[in-house]
Structures are given as structure tokens and as C-alpha cells.
Design a protein around this ligand. Structure first.
Ligand SMILES: Cc1cc2nc3c(=O)[nH]c(=O)nc-3n(C[C@H](O)[C@H](O)[C@H](O)COP(=O)(O)O)c2cc1C
Length: 192
């Protein structure tokens, strides 16, 4: 949704209800790379809008949720896996360190992958709560990081506007299933 009622208030209680579900999103090794900044302050929303080529829905929405991804989430493995018991944690934690520890590209991919899945959950749950959203990457991540104090070991994954939509969604077609689904091989047949 690209236009919102700027007077609508999304309360802390609404956000808690929303995020209690969002944090159930799956993530690789359950590392939960996501961190969320729920920006309601009008000045900050306007500053974000300024870092996003003036896209007005960022100023109008009740909340701009900046989804961040933690690059070093693999370092949280011991804490996350502690509840599985020493036997399991003793195997999982070194495996996770080995998988991500020296691979900066994979750390970044995973932070973006987990953050993106969480953003999708957020959008589905928000819709269920009668709210509208728009996922956005049309912003300058360095400027948004500066405005919100996002440290360099976290990557801004996406911003999701959240609020009371005020217009019908724009028509938006999709490529046909025939074109985007193949059986077994990339050059395999489509569905019958
Ligand atoms: C990763 C991603 C980035 C997007 N960035 C923007 C954006 O910066 N501004 C915007 O207005 N919409 C943005 N969109 C929304 C898309 O334009 C929209 O989802 C697409 O056109 C399909 O429309 P629909 O979601 O209404 O069906 C983005 C969507 C995704 C998934």
C-alpha cells in the first residue's frame, strides 16, 4: 500500500502482538538474524523519506519498520542452542561456526535471507490485523543507518511501511505460473 492515514496510531500493544508472531519466522540454524526498528517518530520518518527519494508512504505510514540483519548472528549460536542440551549444542555450535565463521558473503546472504523472510511474515500478520504494508528497498542504506544509529555489523535489509491504507492497491499483474514453474529441471516441462 502506497498511501496511508497519517493520523492512525499503531500502538505498542499492536506492535507486540505483531512481533510475537514475526519472531516465529524460521531462520537458518535458528540464528534469528533479524532486528527491527519500529520508527513512529514523525521527524525520523521524514528523515527516512528524505533518504528514500521522497517516497511519501514512508512519511505517511504509522510506522516505518526497518528490518535489519545481524551479520555476526552465528556468534549467538551457543546462547540459542543452549536449551537443546549439551549433547546437541556441542555438535551444532562448532558446525555453525564452521559454516559461517570465515564466510562474510554467506553471513550477509543469510542476514538478508532471514530478514526478508521475517519481513514477509510481518506483512502477512499485519494484513491479518487489518493493517497495510509496503516492502521497500528504494532507500540509501548508509543514510538510513546514520539516521537510526544502525551499527556497521548490521545491514538494513528492507523497510516495511505499516499503517491504515487509504486507497485501493494499484493493479499489479504477475508472470504466469507456466513461465515461472518447471518440473524437475530448469529446462524441464511446465505443469500439465
Ligand atoms: C524487495 C522489494 C523492494 C521494494 N521496494 C519498493 C520501494 O522502494 N518502493 C515502493 O513503493 N515499492 C517497493 N516494493 C513494492 C513492489 O513494487 C510491489 O510489491 C510490486 O510492484 C508488486 O505489487 P503488489 O505487492 O502490490 O502486488 C518493493 C517490493 C519488494 C519485494
Amino acid at each position: 500500500m502506497k498511501s496511508y492515514d497519517p493520523a492512525h496510531v499503531v500502538t505498542d500493544e499492536d506492535l507486540k502482538r505483531l512481533f510475537e508472531v514475526v519472531i516465529r519466522t524460521p531462520s537458518s540454524f535458528n540464528l534469528q538474524h533479524w532486528r527491527f526498528l519500529a520508527v513512529r517518530d514523525a521527524e525520523l520518518k521524514n528523515a527516512i523519506m528524505g533518504a528514500a527519494w521522497g517516497q511519501k508512504h514512508l512519511g505517511e505510514a504509522s510506522v516505518d519498520v526497518v528490518v535489519c540483519g545481524k551479520l555476526g548472528a552465528h556468534e549467538d549460536a551457543a546462547r540459542i542452542w543452549a536449551e537443546a542440551g549439551e549433547d546437541v549444542a556441542g555438535k551444532m555450535v562448532p558446525m555453525i561456526q564452521g559454516f559461517y565463521g570465515k564466510n562474510a558473503a554467506l553471513q550477509r546472504d543469510e542476514a538478508i535471507r532471514s530478514g526478508s523472510l521475517a519481513a514477509m511474515t510481518l506483512m502477512l500478520v499485519a494484513e491479518d490485523m487489518g493493517l497495510s504494508t509496503c516492502p521497500m528497498i528504494g532507500f540509501d542504506p548508509a543514510r538510513v543507518s546514520e539516521i537510526l544509529g544502525i551499527p556497521s555489523d548490521h545491514v538494513p535489509v528492507m523497510i516495511v511501511t505499516l499503517g491504515k491504507g487509504t486507497s485501493a492497491a494499484r493493479p499489479s499483474g504477475r508472470l504466469p505460473v507456466d513461465e515461472v514453474v518447471r518440473l524437475d529441471q530448469f529446462d524441464g516441462p511446465g505443469l500439465a
